[in-house]
Design a binder for this molecule. Structure first.
Ligand SMILES: [Zn+2]
Length: 391
C-alpha cells in the first residue's frame, strides 16, 4: 500500500496495463490481415501482380511486385493499397459511395472474426477493444453518402482510423501460426482440479481457409530471413514475423513486431510494441526474438555474434522525459491514460502513410537515451543496419 500511491501518481503510468489497454495503430503488420481476408474473398491471389500506382509510393524493392509473397516480405505499401481497393470494390454496383459502404462493412465483419474492434474476452479486467470504424462513424465525420474508399484508404496499411491493442496483435500471430484459429487468451490454465471456462479451450475460427496461410507464412519467413526484420533471426529455429511502425501523432512513432516460431509446429507467438522507438525492425524485432529465445532454447544463445545484444537492448531507453512530477495530479494521470485508450483521431488530417519500412533509422543517429550509459552496439548489428540503409 505504501508504494501504491506513488505508482498511481507516476507520470509514466506504470499501472497502465498496455498489453490489453493501450490502443495503437497496427501499422504494416496489418498487411497480413489484409492478405488473408483478400485471399479468402478471392479478390487477391498469391501470384497477383497489382498495378504500381496509387497515392502510396513504392520503395522499389527487389523482385518488383512479384506477387503477394514479395509484397509481404518487403512490406509494399502500393501493393496493399491496390489489394484493399480490390477488396472494398468487389462486386461493384457502379456507385463508388454505395460500394464503399458495403465493402467497409464486409471488411469490418471479416477482420472482426480475428478479434479486431472487439474484446477477445481474456481473463483479466479492463481489456480494450481497439477501434475499427463503421459506416455510422464515417457518416458522422463526413456526412451520410458523402464519403468513400478514398477517404480511408490508409487503413490498407494499418494506418488512419484503425486502433488495436497489443494482445490482439499477439493473437494475430497465433492465428497465423495455427493457420486459421485461436483460443481465447487466458492466464489461468486450471484451478485445482477444476476445469476452466470452456470458452478458453474451444477454438475460434477466423473464416479464412487454412490453405490461404501458406503464402503469408512464407512471406513472413522471408521478412526475417531477407526482409525488414533480419535482427530477429535465430540459429536453430525458423522465425516468421512482420514489422510495423505505428504512427503516433503525439510524438515519435512506436515500433512494432509480431512473430511466431518455429515455422513448423509453432510453440510461441508474440507481439512486441516499443513506444516512441521508431522503426519496428531495429528495436521491436530483436526484443521479440530474444523473448522467443528464452522460451524456446533457454541458455542456448540463438543469435551468433550478437552476444552483447541483450545488454544493448537493456540500455536503450525511449521513455519521454517526465514533466515536473509535482505538477502531475492524479486527475491528469488518469486523463492521460484515458486519452491513450480512445481511438486514434485522424479525421482532420490527411492520411500520409509512411514509407519507411525498408530504411530503419541508424541507431547511432537516434536521440541519445536518457540513460548515461552508452548503448553497446555490436559490429554485426551496425553492419546489418547499414545494409538496410543502402537498399
Ligand atoms: Zn513496392
Amino acid at each position: 500500500m505504501k508504494n501504491f500511491v506513488p505508482l498511481q501518481k507516476d507520470p509514466l503510468i506504470p499501472l497502465y496495463n498496455r498489453p490489453i489497454q493501450a490502443v495503437y495503430r497496427p501499422g504494416s503488420i496489418f498487411k497480413l490481415v489484409q492478405s488473408l481476408v483478400g485471399l479468402q474473398q478471392g479478390s487477391l491471389t498469391p501470384l497477383a501482380r497489382l498495378p504500381d500506382v496509387g497515392p502510396m509510393g513504392c520503395h522499389h524493392h527487389g523482385g518488383n511486385h512479384n506477387g503477394l509473397h514479395n509484397a509481404i516480405q518487403f512490406s509494399c505499401n502500393v501493393y496493399f493499397y491496390q489489394a484493399f481497393r480490390q477488396y472494398i470494390y468487389h462486386n461493384e454496383t457502379g456507385n463508388t459511395f454505395k460500394d464503399s459502404e458495403r465493402g467497409l462493412m464486409r471488411w469490418r465483419d471479416a477482420i472482426g472474426r480475428f478479434g479486431f474492434g472487439r474484446t477477445l474476452g481474456m481473463d483479466l479486467p479492463n481489456e480494450k477493444r481497439g477501434f475499427v470504424p463503421d459506416t455510422s462513424f464515417f457518416n458522422r465525420v463526413y456526412g451520410r453518402g458523402s464519403w468513400k474508399f478514398s477517404n480511408w484508404y490508409s487503413m490498407a496499411i494499418g494506418e488512419g482510423e484503425l486502433g488495436v491493442v497489443p494482445l490482439q496483435m499477439a493473437n494475430l500471430a497465433a492465428i497465423i501460426a495455427n493457420r486459421g484459429h485461436y483460443f481465447t487468451p487466458h492466464l489461468i490454465k486450471a484451478i485445482g482440479k477444476g476445469k476452466i471456462d470452456p470458452k478458453f479451450t474451444t477454438p475460434n475460427y477466423v473464416g479464412v481457409d487454412s490453405t490461404h496461410f501458406s503464402v503469408v507464412i512464407d512471406g513472413m519467413e522471408d521478412v526475417v530471413k531477407a526482409g525488414t526484420a533480419r535482427l530477429a533471426i535465430m540459429k536453430d529455429y525458423i522465425v516468421c514475423g512482420k514489422t510495423g511502425t505505428s504512427e503516433n501523432k503525439k510524438g515519435k512513432d512506436h515500433a512494432a513486431f509480431i512473430a511466431f516460431a518455429p515455422k513448423h509446429n509453432p510453440r510461441i507467438a508474440i507481439a512486441c510494441y516499443v513506444e516512441n522507438a521508431g522503426f519496428g525492425g531495429v528495436v521491436a524485432a530483436p526484443i521479440a526474438s530474444l523473448v522467443m529465445e528464452k522460451y524456446l532454447s533457454p541458455g542456448v544463445p540463438q543469435r551468433p555474434n550478437l552476444e552483447n545484444f541483450e545488454k544493448y537492448m537493456r540500455d536503450l531507453n525511449f521513455m519521454p522525459k517526465p514533466e515536473g512530477k509535482e505538477a502531475k495530479t492524479k486527475k491528469e494521470t488518469e486523463a492521460k491514460a484515458a486519452s491513450k485508450t480512445s481511438p486514434p483521431d485522424t479525421r482532420k488530417e490527411e492520411a500520409k502513410p509512411k514509407n519507411d519500412e525498408i530504411t530503419p533509422p541508424d541507431p547511432a543517429k537516434r536521440d541519445k537515451p536518457d540513460s548515461t550509459k552508452k548503448p553497446v552496439i555490436t559490429e554485426p548489428l551496425v553492419r546489418r543496419v547499414k545494409d538496410d540503409k543502402a537498399r
